[in-house]
Structures are given as structure tokens and as C-alpha cells.
Ligand binder design. Structure first.
Ligand code: OGA
Ligand code: MN
Length: 275
């Protein structure tokens, strides 16, 4: 296997491995790379849905997303789709997945199935780099804080997606979610300190109202996505990306109106988070 950084502080491209036929040593190296770099990209993979499911099971458990449509043929696979006539995409703002769960998903394995002729890239940002860049004052201010996360404002019947043309295909409008996590977590495997609030699902700091939380929260969210914390994944047929929801955030660019894009996502189970 050959690993090359995608950008100085985020992401790695891994060549010389077929994910559908991956030995335990390769698997261990891939896991370590995903944990450390936040996202790993693999090109020219021959990776059928059955391979996708088998490979995901080798990581541990699979979490089923409660909102995205599931593929009727392979219910472990969530469909992240945008049709030519739709204007809203899934994941089109900086976020990390499932932070509203008590035990948030570790990450996802995303496979490109239908791609627009141009555009549809995904940006990633490294939350270890984001934490390291904070001033000592801000680090001290957030060291003991926890934050409340929920997906209700996004997915419920009158939530953000319901106002858009993704609303009809999403499930789970009656679900209610909520979880409290430390603002700074230790990566469960690498031990690295990571900023763990995000613009999609983090509402307030515990002990503060939303209004009281917003000045510091906004400052954290803005500084986390500095250009030099980011990398950009350009999808090609056969591209597979695996990301770590603790180490990184992602943002799906919505710049291909009039064309279809469909990704197959399997969500990998995580472990409890701690400061
Ligand atoms: C997701 C997501 C990004 C993309 O599946 O969680 O945000 O590029 N998708 O489709
Ligand atoms: Mn996402």
C-alpha cells in the first residue's frame, strides 16, 4: 500500500490495495490512516454492494441512518442522492454525521455510483488541526464545556429538509434525538484532542442558552474550517472514501444542478466519546 497526503493537515489517498480483497494487515493500516487523517480515498475500486457490506462488517457494527432512504436491495446501504430536477443536496454544509446520537457513528464508507459530469466534490476538515489552532484562552474556555446536539431541527416534519425538495424522500420525521458530548473529545483510538461541535447539529453549550452559546460556538465553527485545515475529494467512477466522524467534518458541494449524483453510504458504528 502506498499513502500520499491529500493536503498538509487533512486526508490521505491510499493506492495499491483492493478494498474488496483486503488482508488483515492492510485493514489495520487503513483503519489507522482513517483515524489519523480523517478521510482516506481509494481510486479505481471494483466494489460491488456486496463487497461494500462485507468490508463494512470487517470494521465492526453497521449503524442504519434513520433519515436517508435505504436501498431496497441492500438495506445496510443508505442512498445519498440528488436527482437532476432537485436543487437541494444531502450534507451540503459543514457537519459531522450522527453527533446527535449518544454513541455517534465512527464514520462512513461512501462509494460513488452516479456522478455529474463536473462538480459534486466533497470537502473535509480536520478537527485535530482545528483544535490545535485555537488560542490558549479559547482552549481553556472550552476545556470543561459540554454541548447539546440534536437533529430535530434538520429532519422533523417542519425542519430544514422538509422545506426543500429533499423533504419527500427522507424518513424519520417523527423521531426525536438529543445527546450531550464534551466540546473537546479525545479520539477513542489515537487519543488526539479534537474539537467536537459542528454547525449541523450542535445547538448550545450545557448551562447556556442558544443565544448565550452562539458567540463562542460561531467563533469555533468559523475557525475550524480555515482553508489549511481542509482537503477536497474529487470523485471519479470507482472512488471510495472512508471518513472518521470524530477526526473530521465534511461538506458536500452542490454545484451540479441538472445532473444526477448518487452515492452509496454504509455508516460504521462508533464508541462512547469522552473528554
Ligand atoms: C453523508 C454526506 C457527502 C457527499 O453521506 O453523510 O454528507 O459528498 N455526504 O455526498
Ligand atoms: Mn454527512
Amino acid at each position: 500500500m502506498d499513502m500520499k497526503a491529500l493536503a498538509p493537515r487533512c486526508g490521505v489517498e491510499i493506492a495499491g490495495v483492493a478494498l474488496a480483497d483486503c488482508n488483515p494487515a492492510d485493514m489495520a493500516a487503513i483503519k489507522a490512516a482513517v483515524h489519523e487523517h480523517g478521510v482516506a480515498v481509494f481510486r479505481n475500486q471494483d466494489f460491488a454492494p456486496e463487497d461494500h457490506i462485507a468490508f463494512a462488517k470487517a470494521w465492526g457494527g453497521i449503524d442504519l441512518n434513520n433519515y436517508f432512504p435505504l436501498d431496497p436491495r441492500w438495506p445496510e446501504i443508505a442512498l445519498v442522492s440528488k436527482a437532476p430536477e432537485q436543487t437541494t443536496n444531502i450534507g451540503g454544509a459543514w457537519h459531522t454525521d450522527h453527533s446527535y446520537d449518544q454513541i455517534p457513528a465512527m464514520g462512513s464508507i461512501l462509494v460513488a455510483r452516479v456522478l455529474p459530469p463536473t462538480g459534486g466534490d466533497t470537502l473535509f476538515a480536520h478537527m485535530g488541526a482545528a483544535y490545535d489552532d485555537l488560542s490558549d484562552e479559547v482552549k481553556a474556555a472550552i476545556g470543561g464545556l459540554s454541548a447539546f446536539h440534536t437533529a430535530d431541527h434538520v429532519y422533523k416534519a417542519d425542519g430544514l429538509y422538509a422545506q426543500t425538495d429533499q423533504g419527500k424522500v427522507l424518513r424519520g420525521q417523527d423521531l426525536r434525538t438529543g445527546a450531550v458530548h464534551p466540546v473537546v473529545i479525545r479520539h477513542p483510538v489515537t487519543g488526539r484532542r479534537l474539537l467536537y461541535v459542528n454547525g449541523g447539529f450542535t445547538i448550545n453549550f450545557v448551562g447556556q442558552t442558544r443565544e448565550e452559546s452562539l458567540p463562542l460556538l460561531t467563533k469555533l465553527l468559523e475557525s475550524a474550517v480555515r482553508d489549511d485545515n481542509q482537503c477536497r475529494v474529487q470523485w471519479e467512477p470507482g472512488t471510495v472514501a472512508i471518513w472518521d466522524n470524530r477526526t473530521s467534518w465534511h461538506n458536500a458541494l452542490n454545484d451540479y444542478h441538472g445532473h444526477a449524483r448518487e452515492m452509496h453510504r454504509i455508516t460504521l458504528s462508533g464508541e462512547p466519546l469522552a473528554a
